[in-house]
Design a protein around this ligand. Sequence first.
Ligand code: SAM
Length: 235
Amino acid sequence: MSFAATVLTLFPEMFPGPLGTSLAGSALARGDWSLRAYDIRNHGLGRHRAVDDTPAGGGAGMVLRADVLAAAIDAVSPAGDARPRLLMSPRGRPLAQSRVRELAAGPGAVIVCGRFEGVDERVIAGRGLEEVSIGDYVLSGGEIAAMIVLDACVRLLPGVMGKTASGEEESFENDLLEYPHYTKPRDWEGGGIPEVLLSGDHARIARWRRAEAERLTRERRPDLMRKRENSENGA
Ligand code: SAM
């Protein structure tokens, strides 16, 4: 069964966008995954197909209506749909590679893209939406965030990356950042390639890479290192 993605958006024309090129695009063309961009405005109200309204309690901006969004979700993801329903949201749980792996191993995802100030709170619980953030900054809409989630998932689907990049040694696997890479030329602007990588000694190379991964993680992401040490100590 392939990975089925449905994206609910006010801008369906933004899709597939970058997901139609390179690795994700080839996989899409092969049918390794499918993508449906569904216009929330199909369920808009009145002559102007309104989807939003002013925030209860006052304040700036507009809010996506619960009734409109729920109708759109129900149209593409009826009860019994096994796919998780995600809501792109800056206040959601930060996206991590572990969640990406879980999603990629499942039947797909229904992804709601917010706009304006966000969505009516009631639809989040009412339709079981899992709020997912792609980082501590605010985008103007959830579409690019949804593309990021899908790109991260699709590259992990069987057959998409091929054997050159299994993903098992990449950054964030085992809570480590990846070790440095080198390729030709052997000497470039006065810099060489670490001798160990040219030694042909695979055990030594593996030890060097491991040590470099730990060094970089300690320097750049002490939070990941602490997480790693805690899980090793069973905390
Ligand atoms: N008022 C909201 C807040 O302060 O949390 C920001 C709304 S933002 C302008 C509009 C939409 O963009 C959000 O509903 C969400 O779907 C999306 N979005 C913005 N930043 C995001 C992020 N860091 N991660 C995921 N989605 C994001």
